[in-house]
Design a protein around this ligand. Sequence first.
Ligand SMILES: [Zn+2]
Length: 243
Amino acid sequence: MKKIISVFTAAAFTLMLGSCADKNALQTSAVPVRWLERPSVILDAGHGGADGGGVSVNGVPEKGINLNIAATTADLLMLMGYKVTLTRTEDVSIHDSGTEGLKAQKLSDMENRLELFNTPDSVCVSIHQNRFTDPKYSGAQMFYHRPNTEGQKLAEALKARITGYLQPDNQRETKPTDDELYLLCNCDNPTVMAECGFISNPEEAALLEQVPYQREMAFAIMAGINDFHIETGRISQKNAENK
Ligand SMILES: [Zn+2]
């Protein structure tokens, strides 16, 4: 975490320099501008609009929690120089205009999300909240498409940061899926569905509904995505340490 925090601080400092320093200071600055050329990340805030997703024990729909976490993760990644695309930035379905009927709208919405996920050379994370009939279950869990080995690495990187930073007792294993999850099985980019926790568990739901915890979750997801980029050579370890 220490390395990530120092990277994050350097990124923030770079941006501050860019907006505040005078021309001479910028010309002599030792901070390289290649910070702003990092790879593409696609973040999906699950559900939206008429599709609220799961509902927490407190009656809060999943869609808003997903959006808060995704939007904050996007802000943090962009601050570090990643090119980030969110599938949605407000409480909407992103179906094609003119599509009639909820079922057709859902299909169109998922097709449009998939099109964004298939942006070449991108890393993709779909953010959701889990629920189960038995309220005792808690903890984040990552899912990836079985043949997608890079997706598995991304899932492990996200899991390591979320458990290390927020959920030290979480023993859940990352789970391979077959063809049951549309976005995962139709995307060749490294792709993960991140279930951040169980909104059917009273203690975890209370956390996930709070903005401070959503921000901490976003920080962990950002760190996991950044780790994956370093571990797979998409950005170099040397570059990350120098910033
Ligand atoms: Zn969901």
